[in-house]
Design a protein around this ligand. Sequence first.
Ligand code: FES
Length: 570
Amino acid sequence: MSNGLRRKLTSYGDQGFSLFLRKAFIKAMGYSDDALDRPIVGIANTYSDFNPCHGNVPQLIEATKRGVMLTGAMPMVFPTISIHESFASPTSMYLRNLMAMETEEMIRAQPMDAVVLIGGCDKTLPAQIMAAASSEIPAIFLPTGPMAVGHHKGERLGACTDCRRFWGRFRAGEIDEAEIADVNNKLASSIGTCTVMGTASTMANLTEVMGLCLPRAASAPAVESERVRLAEETGRVAARLAMDEAAPTVRDILTPQAIRNGLVALQAMGGSTNAVVHLAAITGRLGLRLDMAELDRLGRSIPLLVDLQPSGQHYMEQFHEAGGVPALLKAVRHEIDGSAPTVHGRTIGEIIDAVIDGPGQTIIRTVEKPLKPIGTIAVLHGNLAPRGAVIKQSAASKDLLQHIGRAVVFDSVEDMTLRIDSDDLDVHPDDVLVLRNAGPKGAPGMPEAGYLPIPRKLARQGVKDMVRISDARMSGTAFGTIILHIAPEAADGGPLAIVRTGDRIRLDVEGRRIDLDIEQAEFDRRMLDVVNRPSPAPARGYAKLYQERVLQADEGADFDFLQSEELDAR
Ligand code: FES
């Protein structure tokens, strides 16, 4: 049986007194002894006025509580950090580890037999999965779901690929102030997460693929009744987990097979490059390393199947109508390990077997008739990226995937911001834009600055894409021929630090290489100046902890002391 309120007693040196005191205080809320004797399901509340992607959390919590109580357990809601992409300075990524630590410690500190983690905006589900992977109790996840699409002049609009598309048109002078203001009113037409295959959709889908939430919980729209019913059912499952001493934990669900299933789906769905960093952090919590070679191999054999922006045309509500994650898994069944377990008891294979094909749907294609013949993400190496880099080749320009160009170097995000739109900037369409000192330590927080804007003077000439390389990340909603996550980063002694404006850079996506085209002796000579360059550390607080302990992108940009096979026995 569960321990309920008896778990994790506060330390007063007298366990009987600790329980007596705990019950005395909690009875101030009006609970009966019967209620307090039940198994407890914790529900993490990530509602925040700063987080519209979580605007439906109060309703989801009510429905989850209903499911828990209908099954005979006791729901207890507790607050945690909430992170929205546009309301997190310097970056949401900088705060992901803080949310993961805080969520883990709150799960660990408070008496609960199972936990429901409700999240959605980009960094929240990854932070919660990292936390739960480091916890010893069962957990089930409930994504908040994608927002509704908007409309403008007969076109559908979705945050946030269309945010970038319209901003690019505004920068190029194609639309005026009045129209961009009108578009601004319509891009996020309801609460919920970005409705394209950005990081939020990708991570929700991966949560479902890896068996951590209910089938179809990744894609049901945020504002539809189906999502509320899924919340109720999530509460029921959580209660059953709380009552079962042998219930699986997240570590039991996240087997190597489940993670590989996630990589298969990532390649087939046109998923965000950010998922690679988050999966590396999650596997690091399990004492594993993300198999980047396998990710790349899968990208060569599994084509892009899902027709969603930014790699395709449509939005999450169409993906949901087409069958969502179960239908996607059926389309790549030959690469999926159907024996992988799930938190709700059925195997992934059983979920696939229950899929009823949607007649005539074209959103989730077949391997025989894919949207594009290549997978989503390619993993690059080369003298510029000794520990790897990634490119979302499905959202890149085909004619730039093999390219040699002159480097135009920006030393930091600030430097880029100051100079990119200058009429004096010496830049041409065939050049390669280089941004450095924008990685985990360099920025800090690895901002989504890898989507360098096309310099204004080129944008006005109609240039839509250029090769851009950096140690930064890119929003999953963005598109272009953009090489990201170069590791190690410039601020940590990586060779990106030695590139000079005017050098030649060679990109060979087919050969999976990104190289600085200079003599080896010159390369080595320049590296001597870089290796020992210290990066400045803040004087205090979380910023100091972050700078001193954050890992590189290939290790998930987690903190070194959080990546372990061992669970903390507290
Ligand atoms: Fe929250 Fe896009 S801003 S999911």
